[in-house]
Design a protein around this ligand. Structure first.
Ligand code: NAP
Length: 162
């Protein structure tokens, strides 16, 4: 059972503002869909509520919340991180997709990170990725992309824990 994080993280570790993403990067959304489709995804209730479509199709949607009965059908609500881990024991790879609270909980148990490094800072951000030590990770992939009118330059980066 492989547990992975997928996240779009700015230079200042910002990941969100007002329960939305920081900017719209079509290539990043496409990569997210390609990587996570067919696999379970674990998220916090706030991230779930920020999604344009719920549940995200073709993936088990596992949502951490203290009120799982309030979730719509097609979702698997769990009240503790341990319950989430039990649900994915027989899965090949599961993706932790945010937000800030959920990344902090699961980062210690994650072996792989699929990051989109957004090469900018966001002073009004209110959600942040947990700080981590890059020397504990091996970079296995990097692909740089130019900025556009709607977003800063960014890089796709894959990391594996040493
Ligand atoms: N850049 C990216 O890649 C990315 C990805 C995802 C999200 N985001 C952004 O991140 C922000 C949201 O992050 P967030 O930290 O505010 O919220 P979040 O992590 O998405 O969800 C927090 C909620 O999860 C539940 N929860 C957390 N810990 C729990 C525990 N131990 N047991 C049971 N339930 C627990 C609680 O739900 P209840 O209140 O229902 O109990 C809590 O309010 C948004 O701005 C979003 O756009 C960015």
């Amino acid at each position: 059972m492989l547990l992975s994080i997928i996240a779009a993280v700015a230079d200042d570790l910002a990941i969100g503002q007002d329960n939305q993403l920081l900017c719209h990067i079509p290539g990043d959304l496409k990569r997210f869909k390609t990587i996570t489709t067919g696999h379970p995804i674990i998220m916090g209730r706030k991230t779930f509520e920020s999604l344009p479509v719920t549940p995200l199709p073709l993936r088990r949607n596992i949502i951490l919340t203290h009120t799982p009965n309030s979730l719509p059908s097609g979702c698997e609500g769990v009240e503790t991180p341990q319950q989430a881990m039990e649900l994915i024991q027989s899965e090949e790879e599961t993706f932790v997709i945010g937000g800030a609270q959920i990344y902090s909980i699961f980062l210690p148990f994650v072996q792989t990170m699929y990051l989109t490094e957004i090469h900018s800072t966001f002073p009004k951000a209110d959600a942040f990725f947990p700080s981590f030590n890059p020397s504990e990770w091996i970079e296995t992939f990097r692909e740089d992309h130019d900025s556009s009118d709607s977003h800063p330059s960014f890089s796709f980066v894959n990391l594996i824990r040493k």
